[in-house]
Design a protein around this ligand. Structure first.
Ligand code: TRP
Ligand code: ZN
Length: 883
């Protein structure tokens, strides 16, 4: 049941208070948005810092907002705070009251100075929102609604203020004091304390506030912007981590240059600080001039970070940097507009990484994530549009839909307009809305005007959830080929009926005889059904469609395996080659696990896959990185998505059976590649990186086909490894085998990297993800390991996110996997609600799972619900999953 939120006296919407909540937390609706009754042009904060006691004095200059409804009370949001004193214009205020966690202050004039004092205990903050302690240092996380855990404030993104912050604390404990903007003054007290004053000239919402105090050192370099500004870049870490910061620093400089060149965006402060923190709920945070990062996305050297880690660091550093324009200079009016900054910034970081790491492979990786994570979200109980209409807890909407589908939606605009026109659109957006809190609609209008597109119907992509399905058929008669397209947008919770949306499809028609096509075309399917004629074809051509994944849709078509083999070998669009391989594999595995194949059909399907793989393995013109993509099997989640109701055990069994069969059939080719790749010396270039990728990938197939041989090869790769990519790859393969080398190498890995949290996370993760038959027992033992703790989100994710993604263990027919995850959610919810709630979707797909398991999954959701004192975060995810 939804509880509508009554509008408040000052025209704002109630923002409910802290977890845990015994009753249903209120639903917040996009349509209820009202401008805030007051402007807060200036904020002055004073922090008296201590790990378990921090005093905060806040002085807010407030002015009546002429563009909002009149109100004689200002609502200052608070979450678990008590006001020690409240003054208005210097005089004690007696009329204040509390409404839930919020402080209500009566105000009668048009402008006032409100001062409030609060006291907080950072060491008791296990939610990691607001001000908290992490290995002896203090840091903040305010997005989305964490600032209200520090002081009372209109904690909403459309209230922009200039901040001045003075902080003081014991110098020995906190030698480094950092905040947004620039440091303007420092000093020392007699009692061993010191202080620093920081000023950020750029007006910002409270969610971008940040403060860090700790014993840190920086890896620094200078950067001259295109306009000649000299900027100091600092990556702040604990002293022992300093040798692992070069890659992050170099990535930052590359991002800054790229944003100047590709989007014309220049940095706007003299200082850019990045701080690495071990305890962090997400990847990183774009606070103005003071990014706070999960150590996972900062620290790297070749012994402790693999190639994927290097790429992820470059991508996340870029993402947070790009937010300086798409998020900070232009921010969001309200949290329903989250995709305005996140979708756009993900697109920007994807385009950057395409330029840095290679366009084809990066595009394939991004599409794989979309299909494996976002497609299931879009077809399950948590489906929502990229611009949601309602929420109970905004933290639950930092989703693959808002981020990744959001990026795809903007990418479609770019595909339809072309990159130059799109750039005119983004230029207009940035100049028109600089300094404002904008909406998705503002963005679309700017692109429409600047790029010269008509996006009237396209706006449906912002309001309709669900992955559109496009049915495709190609026929031929006389000299004409005809393409028939039909789209349907499936019903999703709260949205039973959908309208057709504009779907841009890049396509090419290949002549079978010559193997060439006449040039790529872009079609925009904007009706439910349409046919397109192509003249001049003597025979039925081979269709390559949705090239480059030009639209985030599911293509459904029935084409003979020979057409897919043709495209896998000949298509000049690398994504389309990958796609043809995937279509072949998905088609075979879906038919096999749906029980729809007789022996002859199964043999024919396997043979088609074998010949495609053989061609890929022996194609001399392919680079290894692309080769690795082409022989990647579709993930379990994407395969399950193909069936209305899936049996995870059957999907897993068929997927493994195919691997085993390929490993046996292609053993000689796989071995040859493995040995060739093993001889390539370590380097950071694309060729060496590709060799490392294919080296472990061939091992994966060999392990399925010939475990004894693979165990020897993997042990050798493990022991001879000069880098984490090879070592982790080998250990990952060994973890799935029942051999002595497994035990020995797991022990060696642990002892070798003991004390390095990020590497020990890998050790937890690869055991939880392994193909070993005893994974459930292993996970239970790991949960009791001395190095396991519920206090550290990376550690929790390394064990339980990995476990929940391990189909054969998590979906054990006994329901034990579901029970273990539910137990974890219940225990973690009281400690870190955000992280607990992120585990719920794994149980939420019960309706799409076969009836036996569905009942067990639903039973666990009901058990979580029955615990009664759930956080707002977990309550919302569980109730939507049951609903
Ligand atoms: N804005 C951050 C990003 O995408 C996301 C983020 C970081 C976040 N920490 C958070 C969101 C905590 C919610 C809660 O770059
Ligand atoms: Zn972001």
């Amino acid at each position: 049941m939804d509880i509508a939120t009554p509008p408040q006296p000052d025209g704002t919407t109630i923002l409910a208070d802290a977890a845990p909540t015994p009753h249903e937390p209120p639903v917040i609706r996009r349509e209820d948005y009202r401008p805030f009754g007051w402007l807060v042009p200036e904020v002055s904060l004073r922090f008296d810092l201590g790990l378990d006691r921090t005093r905060v004095h806040a002085a807010l200059t407030v002015q009546r907002n002429a563009r909002a409804d009149h109100s004689d009370t200002i609502r200052l949001n608070g979450d678990g705070l008590a006001a020690r004193s409240v003054t208005v214009d210097g005089a004690p205020c007696t009329g204040w009251s509390m409404d839930g966690g919020d402080l209500m202050v009566p105000l009668h004039g048009d402008s006032h100075l409100i001062e409030v004092e609060t006291e907080i205990d950072p060491s008791a903050n296990t939610q990691l929102m607001g001000l908290y302690a992490s290995s002896g240092m203090l840091c903040t996380q305010c997005e989305a609604e964490g600032f209200r855990r520090i002081t009372f404030f209109p904690d909403r993104p459309d209230v922009l203020s200039v901040y001045t912050v003075r902080m003081q604390g014991p110098k020995a404990q906190f030698p480094v004091l950092l905040c947004n903007g620039n440091e303007v003054a420092t000093g020392e007290g007699e009692d061993g304390s010191h202080w620093a004053e920081w000023h950020d000239p750029w007006p910002k919402p409270s969610y971008l506030f940040a403060l860090v105090a700790g014993d840190l050192v920086a890896n620094s370099q200078g950067f001259t912007t295109m306009g000649g500004r000299e900027v100091t870049l600092n990556i702040w870490v604990r002293v022992e981590d300093l040798p692992r910061t070069d890659h992050a620093l170099e990535s930052l400089a590359r991002s800054m240059r790229w944003d100047e060149e590709v989007f014309g965006r220049e940095y706007d402060l003299d200082l850019y600080n990045v701080v690495a923190v071990s305890d962090f709920n997400m990847g990183a945070m774009e606070n103005k001039g003071l990014n706070v990062f999960n150590t996972k996305y900062v620290l790297a050297d070749r012994e402790t970070a693999n190639d994927a880690d290097y790429d992820a660091i470059e991508g996340v550093i870029a993402h947070e940097y790009f937010h300086n324009w798409s998020g900070n200079r232009v921010t969001c009016r309200d949290w329903f507009q989250l995709s305005l900054k996140e979708g756009f910034t993900v697109l920007r970081d994807q385009l950057f990484s395409q330029d840095m790491q290679g366009e084809a492979v990066k595009r394939i990786e991004d599409v794989r994530v979309l299909r494996q994570v976002q497609f299931p979200e879009d077809s399950g109980p948590l489906a929502h549009p990229i611009r949601p209409d309602s929420f109970r807890e905004i933290s639950n909407f930092y989703t693959a839909t808002v981020y990744n589908k959001g990026a795809e939606v903007i990418r479609m605009m770019r595909t339809m307009s072309g990159p130059e026109a799109f750039r005119r659109g983004t230029d207009l957006y940035f100049s028109r809305h600089d300094g404002e809190a904008a909406t998705c609609e503002d963005f679309v209008r700017a692109i429409e005007e600047g790029a010269g597109l008509d996006l009237a119907q396209f706006r449906l992509w912002y309001s309709q959830a669900g992955t559109p399905k496009v049915e495709v058929a190609l026929t031929h008669e006389g000299e004409t080929a005809t393409l028939h397209l039909k789209q349907t947008v499936p019903p999703t919770p709260g949205q039973p009926d959908k309208k057709p949306m504009p779907i841009p499809l890049r396509l090419a028609l290949f002549d079978r005889a010559s193997g060439a096509h006449r040039g790529e075309e872009l079609l925009v399917l904007d009706r439910a059904e349409a046919s397109y004629h192509f003249a001049g074809f003597a025979a039925l051509p081979v269709l390559s469609i949705n090239r480059g994944f030009s639209a985030p849709v599911a293509i459904e078509r029935h084409v003979p395996a020979e057409d897919l083999l043709f495209l896998a070998a000949h298509d000049d669009d690398p994504f389309a080659r990958y796609e043809a391989m995937q279509e072949l594999l998905v088609g075979h595995l879906t038919a096999a696990s749906g029980g729809g194949l007789d022996a002859a059909e199964r043999a024919a399907g396997q043979e088609a896959v074998r010949s495609a793989f053989a061609a890929v393995l022996t194609d001399k013109a392919l680079d290894d990185s692309m080769r690795g993509e082409l022989i990647t099997l579709p993930g379990h989640g994407y395969l399950a998505e193909q069936q209305l109701v899936a049996d995870p055990a059957l999907i897993h069994a068929e997927r493994e059976a195919l691997k085993t069969w390929l490993g046996r059939e292609l053993e000689a080719d796989l071995l040859a590649i493995h040995h060739r790749a093993a001889a390539v010396p370590f380097a950071l270039d694309r060729a060496a990186k590709g060799a490392r990728k294919i080296r472990t990938q061939t091992l994966v197939y060999l392990a399925a086909g010939n475990p004894a041989l693979a165990s020897e090869l993997a042990a050798a790769q493990y022991h001879n490894a000069t880098n984490m990519t090879d070592r982790q790859g080998a250990l990952m393969v060994l973890a799935g085998l029942e051999t002595a080398a497994r035990t020995a190498c797991l022990l060696d890995f642990y002892n070798r990297f003991r004390g390095n949290d990020l590497v020990i996370d890998k050790w937890f993760s690869l055991q939880a993800l392994s193909l070993h038959p005893q994974v459930l027992e292993h996970v239970k033992a790991l949960a009791r390991h001395l190095d396991f703790t519920l206090r550290n989100p990376n550690r929790v994710r390394s064990l339980y996110m990995a476990f929940a993604a391990n189909a054969h263990a998590f979906h054990a027919a006994s329901g034990e996997g579901y029970r273990m995850l539910a137990d974890l959610i219940i225990e973690l919810d009281a400690i870190n609600a955000q992280t607990a709630a992120r585990m719920v979707p794994s149980l939420g797909r019960w309706r799409r799972t076969e009836p036996g398991r569905a009942a067990l999954m639903k039973g666990e959701l009901e058990r979580i619900m029955a615990t009664g004192s759930l956080s707002r975060d977990t309550f919302e995810q569980v109730s939507r999953s049951l609903g």
